[in-house]
Ligand binder design. Structure first.
Ligand SMILES: Nc1ncnc2c1ncn2[C@@H]1O[C@H](COP(=O)(O)OP(=O)(O)OP(=O)(O)O)[C@@H](O)[C@H]1O
Ligand SMILES: [Mg+2]
Length: 323
């Protein structure tokens, strides 16, 4: 029989000490206060599809370019449903430890389970578990989740205990297909979750979203809205340049962008303008420097080309600092 020890640990049937559900829940990440803006998926949206997945015990795969809100959605969905949020950010060095955690002896020689995000989410029992940029991690590591996805049964690799996954746990995967570092995800993983494609928000929604991140006095100001409109247009032009093999609209040269500017760049550029920076500085710092290739030899010149594209979309009299 498992027993609860005083300090929030319990002994597993296999003889290890692991944190109790109460302790895991007590240490949940604080939910973000930010609003979330939906996209239209043939008349449905990501919320209704994620709700379906949660109810049906399916995982959800989110595909979409950087900064289109995949992580923001997973966090928001957890808050909306009163679930804990647990995330594994993957890269090529990710190991099973980063998913499940580790087991180590304490000073008395007891083996203590120190759970990783996936294990914490499973132990919490009411959770969104996000495997972020999962396609960057070794396919064999992600494959450790296949049995959970198939039967919602789980053998804890640290304690060897078997559990049924709680019906209030949803596993989400996120990836950026077609990006500079994109790898093809394994067909075995791909066919398990249901999959939705995120794209950048349409103009009106993106502007509302950016305005929602400002202090309310700014968010209601029509001048700020005009600047947001201009920044969005400039960012949209840059996305077209990227889609056109980075060739500038006048065909005079290429801007070596490593990725399209995301909706997050619009938020940050607008916030900087509201704080008193010119559009030139905001476009440099919040947009250009974040998308330009680090290996570009003519980066400085190309950054100016990016700045010019954004600047040209903002009315002249508003390009200087905000009043
Ligand atoms: N639909 C949205 N609603 C609210 N905020 C959003 C939305 N889309 C993007 N954002 C905001 O834009 C920024 C970038 O979003 P986020 O980090 O979630 O993107 P991502 O798709 O996870 O990107 P990456 O592939 O780089 O991880 C965040 O500040 C986020 O709050
Ligand atoms: Mg993300």
């Amino acid at each position: 029989m498992s027993t609860t020890t005083k300090d929030g640990y319990r002994r597993t049937e296999t003889g290890y000490l692991e944190p109790t559900q109460d302790l895991i829940r007590k240490n949940r990440q604080k939910p973000s206060k930010e609003d979330y803006f939906f996209r239209n998926i043939s008349g449905e949206n990501e919320k209704s599809i994620a709700e379906y997945c949660l109810k049906d015990g399916k995982a959800l795969l989110m595909k979409g370019p950087p900064g289109c809100g995949k992580t923001a959605f997973a966090m928001w969905f957890a808050k909306e449903k009163g679930l804990g949020f647990y995330r594994v950010p993957c890269n090529e060095d990710t190991t099973t430890r980063d998913f499940f955690g580790s087991l180590a002896p304490d000073s008395t020689g007891e083996f203590i389970v120190s759970p990783g995000p996936v294990l914490k989410g499973i132990m919490d029992g009411q959770a969104v578990i996000l495997i972020d940029d999962f396609n960057l991690a070794d396919k064999n590591i992600v494959a450790a989740l296949h049995p959970v996805l198939d039967s919602r049964q789980f053998t804890n690799p640290l304690t060897f205990e078997n559990y049924d996954l709680s019906p209030s746990v949803i596993i989400m995967f996120a990836m950026n297909p077609g990006g500079m570092y994109a790898l093809e995800s394994s067909p075995a993983l791909k066919r398990r979750p249901l999959a939705i494609r995120f794209d950048y928000l349409p103009k009106e929604t993106a502007i509302e979203m950016a305005l929602s991140k400002l202090e309310s006095a700014y968010a209601k100001d029509s001048t700020v809205r005009r600047v947001a409109d201009g920044i969005w247009d400039g960012v949209y032009d840059l996305r077209k340049v990227h889609a056109n093999n980075n060739m500038t609209p006048d065909g005079t040269g290429a801007i070596p962008m490593v990725e399209k500017p995301g909706d997050g760049t619009i938020i940050d550029a607008l916030k900087m303008w509201c704080s008193g920076f010119s559009i030139e500085v905001a476009a440099k710092v919040a947009i250009a420097e974040r998308i330009i290739s680090d290996t570009a030899t003519d980066a400085e010149q190309r950054i100016m080309a990016i700045v010019d594209i954004v600047k040209s979309r903002v009315p002249n009299q508003l390009q200087k600092k905000s009043p």
